[in-house]
Design a protein around this ligand. Structure first.
Ligand code: AMP
Length: 324
C-alpha cells in the first residue's frame, strides 16, 4: 500500500490486511510500503517519511508479523528502481498506454498533470513482484491488468535472455471483502472520496468513527436484507458485520431479521470498534518507540539480499559489464 495517508481505512483492513496476516502463515511472504509509488500522486515531502512509518506500524498492528514475513519499505531496497529500468526497456509504449488505470488517471489530470512516473508505474510494480521470485500476488480486481503485465514481462525476459523469473499468479481471496463508502455505498470506500464522512479510518478518534457509523446511509423501507442493487447502504453494513463476525451474510441477515436499522448500526459499531481500537492502540505504541525502525531495517536487509540476487542474475543475462 502507498503511504499516502496517516491512516489506513476499513477497506484496506478487511480487503487486504486480514488476508495478508493469514497468508503469512502459509507462504514465505513479502510485504512492503510502496513509498516510490507514492511519488506518482500528490504527496507532501514533510509527511512522506512519517506516513511510511505509520503505514508500516498499521501493517504490524493489524497482524503482519515481521518474524514470519519480510516487511520493508520499498525505497530502502534500491533494486526495485534498478529492475524497473530494465523492465521499462522491455515494455512497448503501446502496451503501457493500454493500462486502464493510467488511461483513467491521465484523463483526469490532463497532459500537464500526468507524469512519466505514472506511466511507468506498472513496470515498477512488476519489479516489486519479480525481484522476489514471487509465485502468488494477493491483489484486488483493479490490479489484475498490472499483474498480467508483470507476467508478460517475466515471460518476455525469460524467453529473450533465459530463465530468470518465476511467473506470478494472481491470488484471489476466498471471500472478497469489499467495503463501500458509508455515505455513498455504491462507491468503494477510498481515501480519495470527496467527503470524509463515509470513511472509517483506523487511526481516527473512536468517537468520530462511532458518529460516522451512526450516520451511515441506509434507506426508507426499514428492512434488513442483503440486496446490493436496491439496498446498497444496508448491504454494506451487513457485509461488514458478516466479515467481522466470521459468518455468512445469510447468517447475519437471519440473525438480525426483524430488528431496526438502529440495531444494525449498533452491531456495526460494536464490531468495528472491537476490531480497530486494539490496532489503533498498538500502532500508537509502535510509533512511539524505535522497535518499528529496527523491524523495518531488518526487513530491508532481508529483502535486499533476495532482491540483489535476482538483480545480479538479470544484469548477467542482459550482458552488463560486471565489476569483479
Ligand atoms: P489502495 O489504497 O486503493 O491502493 O488499496 C490498498 C489495498 O487495499 C489493496 O489491496 C486494495 O485491494 C485494498 N482495498 C482498498 N480499498 C478497499 C475497499 N474499499 N474494500 C476492500 N479492499 C480495499
Amino acid at each position: 500500500m502507498q503511504p499516502s495517508d496517516d491512516s489506513l481505512h476499513l477497506g484496506n483492513y478487511l480487503g487486504a490486511l486480514v488476508s495478508w496476516r493469514n497468508l503469512q502463515n502459509k507462504y514465505d511472504s513479502y510485504f512492503c510500503v510502496v513509498d516510490m509509488h507514492a511519488l506518482t500522486s500528490k504527496f507532501d515531502p514533510a509527511e512522506l517519511a512519517s506516513r511510511t512509518r505509520q503505514t508500516a506500524a498499521q501493517y504490524i498492528a493489524a497482524g503482519v508479523d515481521p518474524e514470519k514475513a519480510t516487511l520493508f519499505v520499498q525505497s530502502n531496497v534500491p533494486a526495485h528502481a534498478e529492475l524497473a529500468w530494465v523492465l521499462n526497456t522491455l515494455t512497448g509504449f503501446g502496451e503501457a498506454s493500454r493500462m486502464t488505470q493510467f488511461k483513467d488517471k491521465s484523463q483526469r489530470f490532463g497532459n500537464d498533470g500526468t507524469t512519466v512516473g505514472l506511466f511507468t508505474y506498472p513496470m515498477l510494480m512488476a519489479a516489486d513482484i519479480l525481484l522476489y521470485q514471487t509465485n502468488l500476488v494477493p491483489v484486488g480486481d483493479d490490479q489484475k491488468q498490472h499483474l498480467e503485465l508483470s507476467r508478460t514481462l517475466a515471460e518476455r525476459f525469460n524467453s529473450r535472455f533465459g530463465d530468470t523469473f518465476a511467473v506470478p499468479d494472481i491470488w484471489v481471496p476466498e471471500s472478497s471483502a469489499r467495503v463501500y463508502d458509508l455515505q455513498e455505498p455504491t462507491a468503494k470506500m477510498s481515501k480519495s472520496a470527496e467527503s470524509d464522512a463515509g470513511l472509517i479510518r483506523i487511526m481516527d478518534d473512536p468517537a468520530i468513527t462511532a458518529k460516522k457509523i451512526r450516520r451511515a446511509v441506509t434507506d426508507n423501507d426499514a428492512l434488513i436484507k442483503f440486496d446490493p442493487q436496491n439496498k446498497p447502504g444496508v448491504s454494506n453494513l451487513l457485509a461488514i458485520i458478516s466479515t467481522l463476525a466470521e459468518e455468512s451474510i445469510q447468517q447475519t441477515q437471519d440473525r438480525l431479521a426483524g430488528l431496526g436499522y438502529g440495531d444494525l448500526k449498533k452491531e456495526v459499531e460494536e464490531r468495528v470498534m472491537a476490531e480497530i481500537i486494539p490496532v489503533r492502540e498498538r500502532t500508537m505504541e509502535l510509533l512511539a518507540g524505535s522497535e518499528l525502525d529496527d523491524m523495518l531495517s531488518a526487513g530491508a536487509t532481508k529483502a535486499a539480499n533476495v532482491a540483489s540476487e535476482t538483480l545480479a542474475q538479470v544484469y548477467d543475462k542482459i550482458g552488463f559489464y560486471r565489476q569483479s
